[in-house]
Design a protein. Sequence first.
Length: 291
Amino acid sequence: MTFADRLLERAGPLDRTIAFPEGDDPRVAEAAGILAQRSVVRPVLLREGEGGEEGGVGTAGSALQRAAAMLRAGRVDGVVAGAAHTTARVIRTALGDVGLRDGVRTLSSSFFMEVPAFRGSGAEVLTFTDPAVVPRPGPRRLAEIAAEAVRLRRQVVGDEPRVAFLSYSTLGSAGGRSVEAVREAVERFRASHPDVASDGELQADAALVPGVARAKAPDSVVGGGANILVFPNLDAANIAYKLVQRLAGAVALGPILQGLRAPVNDLSRGASSSDIVLVAAITALMASEPG
């Protein structure tokens, strides 16, 4: 069973209602039909120009704001948008009309990458964070991004997170300001999440390949077995996920927004109907745990 199959199978029994504020888009309409037919979620299609009052707020003419108001009022469990709206517009609406969870200071994102077998145990799902929102996170933000990626992975993938903070250095093999920032992020993350296996700074091969980890980081609790990769900045994360997607033939699902009070997820404007179906399933799984 593929990761996509598991998402659809797990989302269905939750019986979540998801709003789609781009109901005029044929891809969104097709995805909504598939979701309803397969009982993955209950889709609510909204269209521009339709008036209405949602949660006591007049929102005529803006379907994205209507969807956010419905989410805020508890009338839907999540929102999926971005087929026609820009990422910036979706994020602004999510932050302004839904807001961050208590205690969260940074909106960030993750991609779920289903990659072909490379560690001898079949295809795997890796989390890449943050490839879409925060350009240059400092140590505090980087630690918080990692914490949100852990929470998201537990909701969506359901396995035990193993976090690697990536760098061009492995446990002191090199130095520099960016390496020091990653080390501080690791310290902060470990202090707040002592129950989560984490390590850094690690080069990507030491984080992912057991043989390399034995040579470069033999005492690492994560080395060679990481499933969450925390990149030092947006440049590195965005370049990496696109390289893995195109060169390794990985399935890339995201960017999934993390840190919000309730789930609002963005789509690529080139998204297919099948992409929309899977992001809706992820959104349903995110709504399974109260903010």
